[in-house]
Design a protein around this ligand. Structure first.
Ligand code: NDP
Length: 237
């Protein structure tokens, strides 16, 4: 486990799933952790009580609220932009308002949080964006809006890596495949199809994704920047 003693980390969307696992591992490594939540106050309170992290309510779909939360958390050493939503289905039938909301949370918020994190960040900081293997691969119909959003964050990651690299700040996108969370349960309707195209035919545990994030946040990862790190059990090979 890396030593993040004295570091300040913010995790956007830390109340459940992958984000909660990241909060737990950053806190266990010694970082002082602040995390945001929106719709799950009870889950957020439980993660905060368990880890000693500070929970702040901030809706990633609300730009001003989001930027204010990031600014208030600074100065930062580590920013993990994890909050995201998925909507799947026939694009001919999807509610346009739901697609707009997905773009607000999965794309606009990633851009504005990443930029504000750069403003608040000490030299040699770390920005880690949770993308998806669907930024590279689309395993079937119904993924268009989600895949669009996860391809977009690849560009944000590469761009910010160039923008902030002179200060030693690294920016990387972690791209999970199926992970057992509320968003994509291991027993859910897509599981059989997804396992059928994976070299290791199971959902990952959120802790397995958090472990990669923890490495990218560590001093050992100082020269890894502008990359996409795919962790998908061989779904994309
Ligand atoms: P969950 O639905 O289990 O958890 C989502 C987290 O994001 C919650 O903590 C939620 O907080 C937060 N969140 C969602 N919307 C907002 C918002 N508007 N403002 C603030 N926080 C918000 O999802 P996962 O843990 O599975 O997903 C986390 C990330 O990983 C997402 O970006 C997702 O796209 C990505 N991912 C997930 C995969 C999977 O198979 N599970 C695969 C590949 C990528 P709250 O409930 O408090 O609003």
């Amino acid at each position: 486990m890396s030593d993040l003693q004295g570091k300040t980390a913010m995790v956007l969307g830390g109340s459940r799933g992958i984000g909660a696992a990241i909060v737990r591992q950053l806190a266990a490594a010694g970082a002082s952790v602040i995390f945001s939540y929106s719709g799950s106050p009870d889950a957020a309170a439980a993660v905060a009580a368990e880890t000693g992290a500070t929970a702040v309510k901030a809706d990633s779909a609300n730009r001003d609220e989001l930027i204010a939360a990031v600014a208030a958390a600074g100065p930062l050493d580590i920013m993990v932009v994890n909050a995201g939503v998925a909507i799947m289905g026939d694009p001919l039938k999807l509610d346009p308002a739901a697609v707009d909301r997905l773009i607000d949370i999965n794309v606009r918020a990633v851009y504005f949080a990443g930029v504000e994190a750069g403003r608040q960040m000490r030299d040699n900081g770390r920005i880690i964006i949770i993308g998806s293997v669907n930024g590279d691969r689309v395993p079937g119909p119904g993924f268009t809006a989600y895949a669009m959003s996860k391809s977009a964050v690849q560009g944000i990651g590469r761009g910010l890596a160039r923008d902030f690299g002179g200060r030693g700040i690294t920016v990387n996108v972690v791209q999970p495949g199926p992970v057992d969370t509320d968003m994509n349960p291991a027993e859910g309707p897509l599981a059989k199809m997804l396992h059928g195209i994976m070299a290791i035919p199971r959902h990952a545990h959120a802790e397995e994704i958090a472990a990669l994030v923890l490495f990218l946040a560590s001093p050992a990862a100082a020269m890894i920047t502008g990359t996409t790190q795919t962790i998908d059990g061989g779904m994309g090979i």
